[in-house]
Ligand binder design. Structure first.
Ligand code: BTN
Length: 241
C-alpha cells in the first residue's frame, strides 16, 4: 500500500481526485499532508488546522460491486477505524457521533469527509478524507474541539498514525466482506449519547428523545416522549449538545 507524504497542499481529498483524473492511483493508496491551505469539511465547512500538528489523511478505495444502498458502511468503516486507532493511542472516553465524527468526551477530535463516485447503482470509488487533531493545543474560537495531546498529555507522530490508520482501514474493508453486521454492531456500541435522552433539532423544532440506534441505512432511531420511535436521515436532524 502506498502512502504519499506531502508538506503542503490545498486539500488531500482534492489531491486524490487529481490523481484519479490522471489515472495515477491504486486501490488503498493514502495521502497525508502536514498542512492544508484549503481543508474541507462536511456540509461545505472549512477544516482548519495548525501546520505540522495534525493528521490530514485521505484514502482512495475502489470497488467492483458496492451497491449505493450500502453506502453508510463507508461511514461505519471509517469511524470505527479512527475509533480503534485512537484507542491504541490510549484515548479513553471516546465515541462515534452520528454520522461520523469522533468525540472525546463532549469534544470533537476527528472529522471525516467521504466523497463517493457513483456509476448507475454502484459506488465506483470513494475518497475518504480523515482529519485527526493530534498535537494541536489551541483551538481558537472552537470551544468544542480537542486533540489527542490535550486528552492524553502525549505528543505523537501523525506519520506513524497514518501508517497504522491505513492498515486498520484495510482490515476493516476485509471484515466488511465477511461480516458487515459486526461493523454495524460495533458502530452502535461506540455511539455518542446512545440510550441517553437529549435534545435534537429537526424541522426547526426541538425534539427531546432517546437515541436507540443507527440502522444499516444510516438512519438514526429516536424514541420520542410519547414512546414512539422516529427515524431520521442525516440532513433531517441535528443533535444539540
Ligand atoms: C468534518 O468534520 O466536517 C470533516 C472534516 C474532514 C477533514 C479531512 S482532513 C483530510 C481531508 N482533506 C480535506 O480537505 N478534508 C479531509
Amino acid at each position: 500500500m502506498k502512502l504519499i507524504k506531502l508538506d503542503a497542499i490545498d486539500s488531500t481529498n482534492i489531491y486524490v481526485k487529481e490523481l484519479i483524473a490522471k489515472g495515477d492511483i491504486k486501490n488503498y493508496t493514502a495521502i497525508i499532508s502536514k498542512y492544508q491551505t484549503s481543508g474541507r469539511g462536511r456540509n461545505n465547512n472549512i477544516w482548519l488546522d495548525e501546520p505540522s500538528k495534525n493528521l490530514n489523511f485521505t484514502l482512495y478505495k475502489e470497488f467492483n460491486t458496492f451497491k449505493i444502498e450500502n453506502k453508510f458502511l463507508l461511514n461505519i468503516i471509517s469511524s470505527i477505524s479512527v475509533f480503534n486507532l485512537l484507542k491504541k493511542y490510549n484515548l479513553k472516553n471516546h465515541s462515534i457521533k452520528w454520522p461520523n465524527d469522533i468525540m472525546s468526551g463532549n469534544k470533537k477530535i476527528s472529522g471525516i469527509l467521504i466523497e463517493n463516485n457513483i456509476r448507475g447503482k454502484l459506488i465506483n470509488y470513494s475518497v475518504m478524507g480523515i482529519g485527526i487533531n493530534v498535537n494541536q493545543l489551541n483551538f481558537k474560537n472552537l470551544p468544542k474541539a480537542t486533540s489527542l495531546h490535550i486528552e492524553t498529555g502525549v505528543t505523537n507522530s501523525p506519520e506513524l498514525m497514518a501508517e497504522e490508520l491505513q492498515q486498520i482501514l484495510k482490515l476493516n474493508f476485509e471484515l466488511m466482506q465477511e461480516n458487515p453486521d459486526k461493523l454495524l454492531d460495533d458502530y452502535n456500541k461506540f455511539l455518542f449519547e446512545k440510550d441517553k435522552t437529549v435534545n435534537y433539532l429537526t424541522n426547526n423544532k426541538i425534539l427531546l428523545g432517546r437515541l436507540i440506534k443507527v440502522n444499516k441505512l444510516g438512519e438514526i432511531l429516536i424514541r420520542n416522549n410519547d414512546g414512539v420511535i422516529e427515524k431520521f436521515n442525516v440532513d433531517e436532524i441535528k443533535l444539540i449538545y
